[in-house]
Every structure is written in C-alpha cells, then in structure tokens.
Design a protein around this ligand. Sequence first.
Ligand SMILES: C[S@@+](CC[C@H](N)C(=O)[O-])C[C@H]1O[C@@H](n2cnc3c(N)ncnc32)[C@H](O)[C@@H]1O
Length: 303
Amino acid sequence: MTIADNKMHKASKKESVGLSHTDYPSLRDTCRLLARAGFDPREAEEFWNAAEGDFQKFERLVYLRTVARIPKEYVLGELTFCGQKFVVDQRAYISDHWTELLVHRAVEVIQNIENRVVLLDVGCGAGSIGLSVTLFVPNRIRHLLLADISCKALEVCRLNVQAYANVRECFPSFSIHESDLLTSIPNEIRTPAETIDLRKSYTLIVCDPPYGSPDRDKMVSRGMLEKAAHVPKESIWGPHGELFNIHVRLFSEILSRSWKAHAIIECGRYDDAHLREVLPTNIDWQHVWLDEEYSVVEAIYQP
Ligand SMILES: C[S@@+](CC[C@H](N)C(=O)[O-])C[C@H]1O[C@@H](n2cnc3c(N)ncnc32)[C@H](O)[C@@H]1O
C-alpha cells in the first residue's frame, strides 16, 4: 500500500459501503491475503469499514485475523446472530450460526403456549440466544432470565441486554444471574412490576451448553476445534471431560425444581444412540432434528 493509496482510502471513508476491489488495490491485496490464509476474502471489506479510514487500524485487524488467526467476531468485537448485532469479545463464546435454529424452534414453542413465558437462557454467554428469542417475540416474554457460570461472559451479556432494553419498545423485564446451571436461580423473581413465582408460571429454558470433551476430540467438528483455541475454556469443554455431563445435570435440576417448563437443549449432530447412552431415563425427552446436521433435545416438565 502506497501513501497515495492510503490517502485515497481516507478520502473514500464515507463511501466505504460497496467498495469494489478493482478501485482499491489494497483491499484487493487484503482479499488475496485472507483467501491465502484460508479465510473468506469478503472479510476485507468488513475490516475496512470497521477501521473507518484508519489505515493502521485496518492493518492491525487484518494482522489479527491472518497471522494471529483470531476469529473474525473477536477481531471486530461484534457478532451477527439471527440478523441482530451483539457485542462479543474473548470473555464470551461466539455463538454458532446453526444455533439460530434453536432460536427459531424456541419462538415456535412460545407462539404455541397460551400465556406469556419466563424465558431462561442457561449458559447464556453474550446473551445472543435469549436476546434473539426476545427480540422476535417481545410481547410473549414475561421475564428474561440470563444465567452463566462465567462472570466475565455476563459482563458482555449485560452490555448486550442493556443496549437492546434501552432502545426496544415492549422489552420485557430481565435479570442476570451468575449461576452454575440453576443453582443460584431463585424460585421467585422480583421485577419492578411484579413478583414472579417460577413454580406457578411457565418457563421456557433454552441452552447451548458446552458439550465437547478434551478426551473425545473426534466428537467435535474441525471448525469447532479451531475456535476452541480462542473461546473461553468453560464455554466449550464439559466439566470433568465428560461429554453431555451438563445436559444430564440440567435435566435433573429442572426436574427437582417442580417448574412447569419446556426445555430445549442443543446437542448438535449427536445421534439418538449416543444420547440414549447418556441421558436420564426418568425424564421423557425427545431428540428433535432441526436440520440434517443439527439437533436439540426437548423435555416438557409438568409437575
Ligand atoms: C457453548 S457456550 C454458549 C454460549 C451462548 N449460549 C451462545 O450460544 O453463544 C456455553 C456457555 O455455557 C457456560 N457454562 C459452562 N458451564 C456452565 C455451568 N455449569 N453453568 C452455567 N453456565 C455454564 C459457559 O460459560 C458458556 O458461556
């Protein structure tokens, strides 16, 4: 990149949307660099827009992506999920695009429930699942509960919830809980308008838990293993190296609460036989494929 190129970039700052690679040789070079490093060349334009005409910043973003191989979302500090933007950084997991299917399934379930639901996102990370469901059907949510074991992930989640709560009409009351699964979630939630008894209301529980295991790398996709180097450890590996340990515990914890609830828990591309080996038999769970490669387990609790 010559100084002239750099000046040209600065001058074109306001017109950065729709830049064409032929007009801007440096972008073309960056596209090549990204493609050679195995990344999507279209990312070049996103980095350029994010740099807002600051060439040094642009170079730093490209360096982080191509040399340090940091995931694009961490480089940009932003995740697009279900068509919405969320702040994300290395304190919180980068939601997988296939988890959007879980969001759509949750919306479908909510639309078929007569009353408004309490929505509980367990292991919420940056909050993208719970928030996306809420943004699709805000009027159907009585209260949004977001919970995670990681206080750092919850710092990011708080930024996202507050950003949306401040600007969206009808945004429901919400609370954020540092909790090992349900351990620190009270049965009664006080909001400015009401006290909600979770034993008397209907709760929809959504969860994308860590279900990888360092002992069973082969069970995790290659893309996931690359991501694993950068995301928080607790977001990807199950505790004690046990695959599905979190699913099993969460199922039992919901049962012990005597809540009227519907739980939707991600289990990716694991097959029926595998799930039958590990999931409890005292709960009537169903394995639901939302597409060829992505499934969830669902259980309805009716005390
Ligand atoms: C795969 S990430 C998913 C994060 C977020 N739901 C998303 O889709 O982006 C799993 C999340 O579960 C959290 N987690 C791990 N163990 C947990 C536990 N025992 N209780 C609550 N959250 C837990 C991690 O901190 C992480 O945020």
